[in-house]
Design a protein around this ligand. Sequence first.
Ligand SMILES: [Cu+2]
Length: 140
Amino acid sequence: MFRTPPLLGSSAPCLSLRSVKEAFMKRLAAPALLVVLIMTGGSVSARAETKEVQMTAKKYEFSPSSVEVPVGATVVFKITALDRDHGFEIEGVKDSCVELKKGEIATVEYKAEKAGTYSFKCCKRCGLHHGQMRGTIVVK
Ligand SMILES: [Cu+2]
């Protein structure tokens, strides 16, 4: 009876030491897993290819007015209207008119599925030469 308590006492730190080790290993494993996930994520998006295009809109032009992208790419337009509100619409894409608020960055995603030349235009009347405010996406 006298010896039992010290025995229990000595095994207790042993257990806690093990659990500390386990916690340490878990902590090590977590970042390693994260790194692997980030690496695969990176290569997946590289294959799917996302192309970001910074664009500005003002009376009466988009800049750049012509954008070339590879087939299959997802184009992410980041468009800023400089002088007033404008619009951005890809012709042939139903309901694709996006309002461009002056000074704000509007994001428009476009999946370039088929080779060809596609037109985009301003879809918010902005003045006399509004009809000339257009550009092209060349998918090849
Ligand atoms: Cu316009």
